[in-house]
Design a protein around this ligand. Structure first.
Ligand code: ZN
Length: 558
């Protein structure tokens, strides 16, 4: 029997206290998450750029990230090929081409021989661009695994908002995942930010208004000169050098780049290869934060913004690593990042967001620069390889076109032809591998369909990268591994490239900063696939469904 307690004057305040405590404990039970996660992917950023140009970095850009965040100083890519679409997919899926299926920027469906662009989707139309324009027909459908952004969407019953922004299509579509609210990329014909019907039927009004400002043109009219007097760029070689590529209409690839003039011939495409491409991307990112109210969702429901800064990659490919252009674009990016972080502080609140900065791959020195300075290196002429192999296969088997292509350092075979003509597959592969093994700059040639990975006479770390990168349905049967400082090109190609297993292509920066991140630094080796599970742990959501990485626990736990 309970004794009835009279509700007297003494018990009323007690009830209120108890109710308040209960309410407070329920509020504590609310899962703790940041209001916004921002991924900053700096395309082609080598790890060393955090330090190489640091003398003239300000306190609020890269240095703020290093000071207030956690830097994983030995983050490596654990697959080949180290290309853009593959890197963006791997960061966000915690997975590798073998599983997530993005085995190159372009790959080939082995069963049919159909070439596929990583984000190609013929079933969708562009939005903000004319119907049937190739630039608009894109979606993440070729990405076979879920992304961390997908998992955040699932975990919050789709209440989180996910948006991807990048001047380069593959830079925003793959990170934002399959359930994204929107992804926007730059159409250089019109100078507009566009999307596809995968996400929406019409551009939001704020995007149309932003496009109407014609910012790309305004930026290019300013020309591109160095931020400081050019003779103070001590981390680069002389501006007029033979490792740089020129624009049509330029006599030399030197400063100042008269973008106001060049744009008349090259079009707005030009902005991608200037620091203004990054500035414009961050302008668009700020506009998205403001208009889509990112970081203002219900408590415990984080929004996610994926930003990819692609101009560093375009500038690297054109001018190579040694150029004043690279030093200048990083000095400018440092300032742009500082401004962007300040914007996040003001809009979302300093303690309310988590940001991470990484790269999709790094890059190599130009082989000619290397050999001019008495190092070893060179170009693999894969087009010539194919031509010569075509001739040899024709003479031995009486048929041409047995090889479909040499792409992503892989030989892709024409299975239909080999089957229908009942040609000897083993004999064909033997001819190809024996030819390739003789070529200068080729270290290993592996038949991926018959090789027993454990038996490959190749150092284990490279073997692992080969296996992780091989997708049975999308990768070529025969894999070429180059010697260090050799890459695919044409004789004396200017600029740079990337794609191989070596540290120069695969050692990327990785810094987390903000909500839930313990400031610090570690030299422990971690991998690109560890980023997504680290974010999953931070956010208390499931890791993506193809994840093979492990959370970097040192980063977590403020
Ligand atoms: Zn890239």
């Amino acid at each position: 029997m309970f004794k009835k307690i009279p509700f007297n004057g003494f018990l009323y305040p007690l009830a209120i206290v108890l109710f308040t405590l209960l309410a407070a404990s329920m509020a504590c039970a609310q899962v703790q998450r940041p209001k916004l996660v921002v991924g900053l992917m700096v395309d082609q950023m080598r790890y060393e750029y955090l330090y190489r140009f640091a003398d003239r970095y300000g306190e609020d850009g890269f240095k703020r990230l290093l000071r207030d965040g956690f830097s994983c100083e030995n983050t490596l890519i654990n697959y080949i090929p180290s290309f853009t679409a593959v890197g963006h997919s791997s960061v966000y899926t915690g997975s590798v081409p073998s599983i997530h299926g993005i085995s190159g920027n372009n790959f080939m469906l082995q069963s049919s021989g159909q070439s596929m662009y990583c984000t190609q989707d013929d079933d969708v139309e562009g939005v903000g661009i004319g119907a049937n324009e190739k630039e608009g027909k894109q979606s993440p459908r070729n990405l076979l695994a879920s992304t961390i952004t997908d998992e955040v969407k699932l975990a919050t019953n789709f209440r989180s908002k996910v948006i991807g922004i990048s001047i380069k299509d593959r830079g925003r579509i793959l990170p934002a995942g399959h359930f994204a609210d929107a992804a926007y990329w730059f159409d250089s014909k019109s100078g507009n930010w566009i999307s596809s019907t995968f996400y929406m039927q019409n551009l939001p009004q704020w995007v149309t208004k932003f496009n109407a400002q014609k910012l790309a043109e305004k930026y290019l009219k300013q020309d591109w000169n160095t931020l400081y007097p050019i003779d103070t760029y001590v981390n680069s070689i002389a501006d007029d050098n033979r490792y740089e590529g020129k624009w049509p209409g330029e006599k030399t690839a030197t400063f100042p780049h008269r973008t106001s003039e060049l744009m008349k011939d090259v079009g707005l495409e030009l902005i991608k290869t200037t620091p203004y491409g990054n500035a414009l991307t961050l302008d668009m990112a700020k506009e998205a934060i403001k208009n889509e109210k990112l970081g203002q969702n219900q408590p415990g429901v984080p929004d996610f913004l994926c930003v990819s800064l692609s101009s560093t990659d375009y500038v690297g490919h054109r001018y190579s690593l040694t150029a004043v252009e690279i030093e200048d674009i990083y000095l400018r990016l440092d300032k742009d990042i500082a401004t962007f972080l300040r914007y996040l502080d003001e809009r979302v609140g300093k303690d309310n967001y988590t940001v991470f900065l990484t790269a999709d791959h790094a890059a190599s020195y130009n082989p000619l620069f290397y050999t001019d300075n008495k190092g070893n290196g060179g170009y693999l002429f894969t087009r010539q390889f194919k031509r010569e192999l075509d001739k040899e296969l024709q003479s031995k088997f009486g048929h041409s076109k047995i090889i479909r292509s040499v792409l992503n350092y892989q030989v892709h075979l024409n299975y239909d032809k080999i089957d229908s003509l009942q040609l000897d597959m083993d004999a064909i592969k033997k001819v190809i591998t024996q030819y390739l093994k003789k070529q200068e700059g080729v270290a290993y040639v592996i038949d991926m369909e018959t090789a027993n990975p454990g038996d490959m006479f190749i150092p284990a770390p490279i073997r692992e990268k080969i296996i992780n990168g091989y997708n049975r349905k999308r990768s070529g049967a025969i894999q070429i591994i180059a010697e260090p400082q050799w890459y695919n090109g044409t004789p004396r190609s200017p600029g740079t490239s990337h794609g191989v297993w070596s540290a120069y292509d695969s050692h990327i920066p990785l810094i987390f900063m903000g909500w839930g991140i313990k400031p610090g630094v570690s030299n422990k080796q971690v991998h690109i696939v560890d980023i997504a599970p680290t974010l999953a742990s931070l956010l208390h959501v499931m890791e993506p469904n193809g994840n093979i990485g492990k959370p970097i626990t040192e980063v977590l736990g403020q």
